[in-house]
Design a protein. Sequence first.
Length: 409
Amino acid sequence: MYDFAILWDWTGFAVRWLHMITAIAWIGSSFYFIALDLGLRKAPGLPVGAHGEEWQVHGGGFYHIRKFLVAPEAMPEHLTWFKWESYSTWLSGMAMLMIVYWAGAELFLIDANKADLTIWQGIAISAASLSIGWLIYDRLCKSGLAERPTLLMVLLFALLVAMGWGYNQIFTGRAMMLHLGAFTATIMTANVFFIIMPNQRIVVADLQAGRTPDPKYGKIAKLRSTHNNYLTLPVIFLMLSNHYPLAFATEYNWIIASLVFLMGVTIRHYFNTQHARKGNPLWTWAVTAVLFLTIVWLSSPGAPEPLEKAEARDLTPYEQRMASANGFDEAHEIVLGRCSMCHAREPFWDGIHWAPKGVLLETRADVARNARAIYLQAGITHAMPPANVTFMEPADRAAIARWYRATQM
């Protein structure tokens, strides 16, 4: 039975790498085409319908690229579609959401101190919320607001702020950040799947049938693509935020997430302006710095929960099951002696000011709640303690492994 924990962790490892690789492909192509589009220049001798061209050098050769704003006069023999980067990123991201936050809902998704939810209720809210954002956003884009892109972006930002606040009312801080990222990524991929690709297929079908394509389809797709461009950087941060407890494990985590979206806008505006050769808006970096310093200020941890209060609270059913397994008391003592000097509400290891990654290992509930991580990090591997600075003995690791395996019987 205990091998399941190893297999499950490797499954998460494989899906995480798949997600990262596909995300790099999607983000890379998105950034490239935005830069290319903004850098196009008018030139004499362009074919009919061509919007602009650009010469680029890379890999020892030169590339001559032309863009047709609506479509060329005739359908080219070879046409490369950019869609699977987006689809595979979203699909692998959903798989990660299921592996980490749905399968581990008791630990990572539901915060019993915020909302009394069952596991299935938490998962249902998680799944349903991702589609709600797309439906609202799509309705806004299809309204008259499409002709007022700045106001549309402001309303999209307000929607994201509201969702961040809402997630934080029921989910853990870590889950709030991740779900806000997934919420945004769903909008981005849905833009590709439901709007950009279908519009491009209509244009291709018109070309093949000898009809003149309607320019409105390209205009609609361009609006959605621009939104995706400005949302990309915040999504990257939100997807990696679980590594930074100062961002997710603070009282103002949803405000921090909102400011990250604004930082994404200022940074992308700088590079978009540069690529379009419209100036050098250095003011965007000043604004970004102010936003970042505000985040640092908001992230300052408050007074930690008193250890006495943490020890007095009742264990959850999951924690009770882990704490009642054979060998728990011995494992708890080992963790207290080898790990809690750093993973404490008030760490006393030199240079450690707060528990790494926000993981606390002091009370019985703390140790029981983090059973699988302790097993993987200190039971069957030597990842923790780092460089074995607290001299954890092989017998200690064996005891931790025996306890965790007993919980799986």
